[in-house]
Ligand binder design. Sequence first.
Ligand code: GTP
Ligand code: MG
Ligand code: ZN
Length: 385
Amino acid sequence: MTKCPHCFHGIVPDVHAWRCVNQGCELRPDLIATRFTGVQTHSRRIVKLTRPPEQYEWNPPVNLACPECRQPMRPVCATCHYELPPGWRDGEAVCIAMAGARATGKSVYVGVMIKQLERLVEKLGGSMIFATERGRATYKNVYEKALYEKRGIIQPTPVATLSDSYQREPLIMSLGIFGGKRRFLVLRDVAGEDLERPVTNATHLGFFSQADAIFSMFDPTQVPTIAGQLPDLVSAQLHEGGDPQVVLENLLRLVGQGQPKIAIILSKFDTMQALRRVKGGPWSRIMSNTGAGFMRDPGMSSPHYDLLDGNLLHFEVQSLLSRLGAQSLVTSITRPHTGNTFPYRFFALSALGEAAEGERIHKRGIASFRCLDPVRWVLDAHGII
Ligand SMILES: Nc1nc2c(ncn2[C@@H]2O[C@H](COP(=O)(O)OP(=O)(O)OP(=O)(O)O)[C@@H](O)[C@H]2O)c(=O)[nH]1
Ligand SMILES: [Mg+2]
Ligand SMILES: [Zn+2]
């Protein structure tokens, strides 16, 4: 069973829905889509059909016509009314949501990781394409243009309830056929601001509870002792972050009884590596340990997640987080109050490889570090790549 790329709910074989796309058909307020997008949404006629009980050989109608205008309809998710990309039900999607306070590096990571994943798939002799035109345009206009054309940073992601918030459109990548099935990777970027606010009645953020994985970013430059040792690198950042503990509590509230894998990612790791050069500082020795996993990047030599290397890094990052004073964050994940435990793993990465200088990325360009680790972890667990 695959999932909806927008609300991440399961797309079950027994329930089908379609929406009329004929411009001439009447638009009406769509209360379901409004709840799931977080903004006023209108839809043309929607038809929903469920397999009649005891009719085991039921097949949904093909080429369904709109009962009002007799024009063709298109398949949508029965839960949230998002239009499903062509061939969606025959494929299998892995759905990932980003999390973390403002300015932890989520959007920059999404921008860089997609580029790297594209290269990895090519290296394997395949190709990665966007499954929807809107997703492709969003990637190009928001992420690629800022990072790779203008060589600048990405503006803070706006809260989801604004009419033109781009992150409502999931980024859906088709990875090719693996194990006899077409595989998709879905990424939903999120505004840190949305996770810093109370999250009650936030159906539009309900996808967290249904996600296959959540990439939760923690920014070491927000830790005062680190910022104090690297004043130049940190002051060059333009945007402020929020309280990571509040964000994590909100995230766990949104996850509820869901069972996503959670990758806790120490982002902007280049800044931690720069501590090596702060002579006599308490971090210089720790960050100079040549045997440490955080000193090297396994690169693209293997498409697989290297479990041995990953385990080493997992424990190293867990202890780095404790030293950074984020022990409560680690405990919230490893022993959540809800009693709902989920698979988790610690990662460290740097999307840019070096601090940005105000609005611009560093002159030496993007030299990322360990960006593919979390995706490889998730894809490997699903038997993809
Ligand atoms: N040193 C360093 N800085 C980074 C890196 N990635 C991002 N940054 C800095 O962090 C800032 C915020 O990054 P974003 O990706 O926009 O943060 P975000 O988490 O998407 O923030 P919101 O959209 O507000 O939730 C950037 O403008 C950069 O200055 C990195 O790998 N290394
Ligand atoms: Mg962002
Ligand atoms: Zn849906």
